[in-house]
Each structure stands twice: as C-alpha cells, then as structure tokens.
Design a protein around this ligand. Structure first.
Ligand code: GLN
Length: 478
C-alpha cells in the first residue's frame, strides 16, 4: 500500500497501525540481509504504532497515520543511534530528534529504522559506508546510488512507501534514478535542517523518496515549513502541493542542451525522447535552452562542498562527542581519533577542502568556484524567464556495478554531473522514473525556479498518469 492509502485506512479504523509497521518489518527481515538498506531498526516501532492508535482515538488528525518510514542515518533520532555511516560516530546516540523526524512523528508516521549512506553523505554509491555497501534491489550486483542509497533502496524494495534522505549535490535524486523511485529536493531553506548532520551547509537540504507523486507530495507537505532553529529556514508561504494536471499541460519545458551531450547511455536518451513525446501529445511545450556555465558546475561543486566539509567536520575531535581514541595528550587524541574515525573518502574531502581554502589558493580555487556558482544561478534565472521547468537526465547512465568506480574518485564524482548545479543555485528539483535500460531504472530530472515546487508535482503527476505508473514499480525481489 502507498502512504496515502495507509493513512486513510488507519484513520478510518479499517487498518490497525500495527499492521503496516509489522508488514514493513517482515519484509525487511525477508530481504534486507541481501539489500542491506538499514543500519539499524527502531526497537520501539511497534510501541510507536500503538501510540498512533491512541492519538487517533483522542481525535487527532494525522496525515501520515501509521505510515512506516525510513530515515537516513545522518538525521538525528532521539535515543536511536545516528552514525552518518562513520566510524567517528559509530556509537553516537543523539539526545534529540531532527526537525523532520519530529514532524514525521507529529503527523503519525512511524520511523522503522535508519538507513545506510556514504560516510557523512559524501559519495554517489553508498559504498563509502563504514558498515559496508547497500545493494540495488533491481540488481544486487549494482549500487543503489548515493549518498542516500539506503533510503532509496528501502523504498524500491517495497519495505516502506516513503523515506527521508539528504541532497547536497544529488544524493536524493541520483539514487532515486538508480532505483526507480521518485526523489525530491526542495528549494534551499524550505525544509528545516535542524538535526541534519552538516556536510556542506550552503548546499545541504533534506529530501524524500516515494513511489507515487501523491505520497511524495503528502510527505513533503508534512516536512515543509519555517523553523527558527535553522537559521537558513525560509518564511515563505508553502507551495500548493495538490497536483494540477491542467496547469501541467500548459507548461513550457526547457531541455538543457549541455546535459544532452554524448556520454548519455542509449536508455537515458530513449527515456528523454519518450518523456517528450508523451507530454507533447498532452499539449506540453518543449524548447531547447542553453546554460553554458553548467560545464563548470561539477568543478565548482567539488570545491565549495569540500571547503565547507573541511570546516564542518572539524568538530569531530574526540573531545566533544563520538568516538575517542586513547592517547597521552590532547593533540595526539585528536589526531588519532580523526585518523581512525574517518574513512578514506572523508579524509580526501577534508584535505581537498582545506587546500582550497588555504591562503595563497583561496582566490584561485574557492573564490573562483563562488564566481562560477553566481554565474550558474544567473543562467538558471534567465532560463526561467522563458520556461516553467527545466529537464535533464538525472544521471548519464543507469546504476553501475559495485566496485566499478571505487578506485577512481573522479569517475565517481562525474556521476553527479547533472545534479550538482541545482544545489549550487538552491533550486527545487525532482527525479522521476522514466524508463529502463536492460532491466535497470532510468530517471529524468525536473528543475523548477526557487519556491515553485508546485510545478514539479504537477508535471510528475501528469507523467505518472500518462504512463499509468509503469516506471514506478517496486524492484522484483519476490
Ligand atoms: N555525490 C555528491 C558528493 O559526493 C553529492 C552528495 C550529496 O548530495 N550528499 O558530494
């Protein structure tokens, strides 16, 4: 059942909230030994489902009543370990819930567990996890994408109808594309990051996964809204999230020329062509637009993101919280804690970021990256003067094999080539499943102007109806 159905039936009393939670736990038990989407299950899940029943009986309206959800393990959960898939936080139990977890719980959802990720959300395959990789439920020899690979896999495997991730450079959209799920990243500031462990603060946003547009809209409605505990949280009015098919048919979509270059696999090219053909038949207009600075987006992203990461990760010193290595003096303690606690990719990022920020290199690297960032934002703004939404592939290829890019960081970084610019510009975007290549899902990315999330949901719903959800199936595990 999807989330909307569960919430309706639980609210009407047709379904006991324990049932969907138990069904999720059973399915996890059955398949997660292979998939390994979860790092940890919530031992109080059933207890929490019972609480939902009491709250409904007391007359509360709960938009996600009894809906089992999975939460990426870089979002804090009170009393339930939050590791960021890092050795440095392997035993860390937070004393508070992230704002989004609070909001889920207030809406009646039940957190069934915490999902795997690349350490501190740095990666594109979920292989950079201290606890081992997650497998793609569509093909257990392939990666689910990353860094929110565990959450994407949990939805694709049909454990839960919705899951939370975080998206700094594509970490919701890219795994959504690789697992045939919908993945949504809101406008920067739309969803509170209170309790999201910081990676690159000018880029990070909480996003979500689902298998229907209605579910994605439902959970997004619960998550969005101002939060004074997050200094970057917006006070803007919430977008209309009920999809409007009439509006969708009237949109003009801009295909971004720079993302249609060679390097896209045949399945990706085919999915985009079919996407266009089906929507044009409904009256949607397509034009081609050019954003010339996009070719610098990846370079700028990996400077800004690493620079901010090097600063954010300074707090893991073995003194305040997390793992502490034994040592005789405080400097050795910090050095050893960081040496032993961080994995190789995190160390690489800290080194790159520290280098980019160091005096003598600051202007040449970090300063220039900021200029590129401003230029990209400007080009997006000009494009949106002409079109309602932009369209690109989410990724140039479907999911790659486990291990295929592990020895070549540059290759790994290139799998984000179509997603990072969105974060640099702070825009909302959505990846929707739009095809298959040799049995592997393919995603198309829609990008909207800041605060215009409604357009993403309008078009996603229209495409879902046109294709009768053909690309939104769960992975064939059974
Ligand atoms: N794959 C990108 C990176 O490694 C994006 C990560 C993310 O969005 N958290 O930085």
């Amino acid at each position: 059942m999807d989330a909307v159905q569960i919430a309706q039936q639980v609210t009407s009393g047709e379904l006991d909230p324990l049932e969907p939670v138990r069904a999720a736990l059973e399915r996890i038990e059955r398949f997660d030994g292979d998939v390994r989407a979860f790092l940890r299950l919530n031992p109080r899940a059933e207890e929490e489902a019972l609480r939902v029943k009491q709250r409904l009986a007391a007359g509360e309206a709960l938009p996600l009543a009894g809906v089992p959800v999975a939460v990426k393990d870089n979002l804090t959960t009170r009393g339930l370990a939050t590791t960021c898939a890092s050795g440095v936080l392997a035993d860390f139990v937070p004393p508070y819930d992230a704002a989004v977890v609070e909001r889920l719980r207030a809406a009646g959802a039940v957190v069934v567990g915490k999902t795997n990720l690349d350490e501190f959300a740095m990666g594109s395959s979920t292989e950079h996890s201290h606890f081992g990789p997650t497998k793609n439920p569509w093909d257990l020899e392939r990666v689910p994408g990353g860094s929110s690979g565990g959450s994407a896999a949990a939805v694709a495997a049909g454990y839960v109808p919705v899951a939370l991730g975080s998206d700094t450079g594509g970490s919701v959209r890219q795994p959504a594309a690789f697992t045939g799920t919908l993945g949504f990243k809101p406008t920067y500031g739309r969803i509170s990051r209170y309790g999201l462990v910081a990676f690159a603060s000018s880029l990070d946003q909480v996003g979500s996964f689902a298998r229907t547009t209605a579910d994605l809209a439902c959970v997004s409605r619960v998550l969005m809204g101002h939060d004074p505990r997050d200094a970057t949280s917006l006070e803007a009015p919430l977008p209309r999230l009920e999809p409007d098919l009439g509006r969708a048919r009237g949109y003009t979509l801009g295909l971004v020329r720079e993302t249609l270059q060679e390097g896209n696999s045949p399945g990706v090219v085919g999915a985009l062509e079919r996407f266009r053909r089906l929507l044009e038949a409904e009256g949607v207009r397509f034009v081609e637009v050019s954003l010339p600075s996009l070719r610098h987006a990846l370079a700028a992203y990996y400077l800004v993101a690493t620079a901010e990461a090097s600063s954010n990760l300074a707090r893991y010193d073995g003194v305040h919280y997390g793992t502490r290595a034994g040592a005789d003096d405080v400097h050795a303690l910090m050095r050893r804690t960081r040496e032993q606690g961080f994995g190789p990719e995190v160390k690489r990022r800290i080194l790159m970021g520290t280098f980019a920020l160091s005096s003598g290199y600051y202007d040449a690297y970090y300063g220039r990256a900021l200029k590129v960032r401003r230029r990209i934002a400007g080009e997006f703004a000009s494009a949106f003067a002409e079109v309602d939404l932009l369209v690109t592939p989410t990724t140039p290829t479907p999911a790659f094999r486990l291990g295929a890019k592990l020895d070549d960081p540059m290759e790994m970084y290139l799998s984000d080539v179509d997603t990072v610019a969105v974060n640099l510009a702070g825009l909302p975007a959505l990846s929707l499943p739009a095809g298959f290549e040799e049995g592997l899902p393919i995603g198309v990315q829609l990008i909207a102007p800041a605060l215009a999330e409604d357009r993403l949901f309008d078009l996603s719903e229209l495409f879902e109806r046109l294709t009768e959800g053909a690309y939104l199936q769960r992975a064939p595990l059974d």
